[in-house]
Design a protein around this ligand. Sequence first.
Ligand code: COA
Length: 260
Amino acid sequence: MPYSTLLLDIKDGIATITVNRPDKLNALNATVIRELGEAAAALEPDAAVGGVILTGAGPKAFVAGADISELASQTPLEGKARSLAGQAVFRRFEAMRKPVIAAINGFCLGGGCELAMACHIRIASETAKFGQPEVKLGIGPGYGATVRLPRLVGRGRAIQLLLTGEMIDAHEAWRIGLVNRVVPAAALGAEAETMLRAILDQGPLAVAAVLEAVDAGYEMPTPEALLLEANHFGLLSSTADMREGMAAFLEKRRAAFRGR
Ligand code: COA
């Protein structure tokens, strides 16, 4: 499907989505949000896609936030609708049962940081900068930062970032747990692909079950979350992939998983 604000490349099981408005630092306007939703909807059921890498075009930005030129004139009801629409799109990536890695190549601000937080794993270039500067514009975050940032970095640090709007560098983002890994700018794409390939080498049914257990289990009382995990553990025992994985270990060879 052709997109006007995204580049989509699917190769060897990996779909790379690039937000492509480099002259506006890849700011999220309504078209980008809609097209991200369409891309997520298309990739989730696509058997040719094992996982997704999300990144931004150009050397400067991953995504520098929601498009302020659109926010500037919104009415209260339009603001609420914009927030709900963006939240639903980001949730599609978070709820995907295929791994989604954000490859963060520069400014990762506001809605950009919120998009990255909805991904399962974040890898940052050492030139990346992070922040939730919404308060500087007289608004609060609308695409999930008040919910996901405290879960990732703890409530105290999240509140500090949300209330000061300060920008932090990639090493500080790594130190507080906002990103998983920091790499030289030139190595970012390769690192994201290497990590995704390492995941795609595992059994896809197991990967999907773990994503579901963490995603759904996170909001559950502990006994229910443990039961969900046990149910997955049992269910996966019915799969050819489990038999293959264990046979491969015992025969000291690499497993060839087939997703069934
Ligand atoms: N929405 C709309 N346009 C944006 C944008 C955003 N969030 N972020 C950057 N842009 C645009 C700029 O307006 C500029 O467009 P122009 O060339 O037509 O004037 C272009 O992208 C380049 O940005 P510029 O500000 O000139 O780059 P810079 O290197 O001087 O500064 C930032 C980079 C990221 C510090 C600065 O662009 C910025 O503060 N952006 C807004 C970040 C933000 O508040 N995000 C949260 C929004 S809720």
